[in-house]
Design a protein around this ligand. Structure first.
Ligand code: SF4
Length: 273
């Protein structure tokens, strides 16, 4: 009103089952939103500030209904969007493998023999401490992706604690080893230039990156951006100078990829504003 921002406060959380994940009528298909909100509240991430720090899941019968629509539209691929794929059916940090299996089995059955199911890859990544041999066996049974995306973010336990990540560097290495043993190519997200990153943190991250690439992982590199609404919204943008050469060398060998150069430009623009 009169050029002023007016707010009625935060809306009440919705039931995901009450909202379609895409428009069948307009043929605008996309990933099925499985889960909204996230309990971890990592300090760099917008998901909990936009959607609250609690999980709401779409039910299996509703997922089935929308997979059926994908098949009816003669499309083949089922993808999901969730902050943490192995959190499906859970209200806390635990994994309910029976719920994950019910979801994947239903999706596989509905999409039929010529369809494909993707889970544990973008945009439905895995948290490292939730990756176990049992969970990977369940995923393997139903999915068509040959790679997984694991949120690592840093090799420094100190920085992981600062981020409120809720896992350590060792769990990232274990998740990568288990994923490779289960026949997946692990891609690991890292954020470089996090607030307060010291030369020791950089060394710890590059040491972990070296161990992971030896195990067959690829690094999905990001530059830290102070995103609006996050705990680190006022932090200075990240610098990749200490790791630039290393990343370029990894990228040259096909062991790293990502939009980190573009993110540096974006971070500069966000910081200016
Ligand atoms: S980074 Fe992932 S685990 Fe952390 S708050 Fe965001 S969605 Fe949740």
């Amino acid at each position: 009103m009169e050029g002023k921002l007016s707010s009625q406060g935060r809306a009440e959380p919705i039931e995901l089952d009450d909202f379609p994940p895409f428009s069948v009528r307009q043929r605008m298909f996309g990933p099925i939103e499985l889960t909204r909100g996230c309990i971890w509240a990592c300090r760099f991430c917008q998901t909990p500030s936009l959607h609250r720090a609690c999980f709401r899941h779409r039910s299996v019968p509703e997922v089935r209904r929308w997979v059926r629509q994908i098949r009816k539209a003669k499309l083949r691929d089922v993808r999901f969007i969730t902050p943490s794929a192995l959190s499906y059916g859970s209200s806390d940090g635990s994994v309910h493998l029976a719920a994950v299996e019910e979801l994947l089995a239903a999706s596989r059955e509905e999409i039929g023999p010529s369809g494909r199911v993707f889970f544990g890859t973008f945009p439905s990544e895995l948290r490292p401490e939730q990756v176990t041999a049992e969970a990977l066996a369940v995923i393997r049974r139903y999915v068509d992706n040959d790679n997984l995306i694991i949120g690592g973010q840093s090799g420094s336990d100190r920085l992981l604690r600062e981020c409120h990540r809720g896992h350590d560097a060792e769990s990232v290495e274990r998740a990568v080893r288990l994923s490779a043993e289960a026949g997946f190519v692990p891609n690991v997200d890292f954020i470089f230039g996090l607030p307060g990153e010291t030369p020791e943190d950089v060394r710890a991250t590059l040491t972990l990156v070296g161990r992971l690439t030896e195990l067959g992982a690829r690094v999905h590199a990001h530059a830290f951006m102070p995103l609006p609404g996050t705990a680190w919204r006022s932090a200075p943008r990240g610098s990749l100078e200490p790791v630039r050469k290393h990343l370029l060398s990894l990228a040259g060998r096909g062991r790293a990829y990502g939009q980190w150069r573009r993110q540096l430009e974006l971070a500069a623009s966000v910081s200016r504003r």
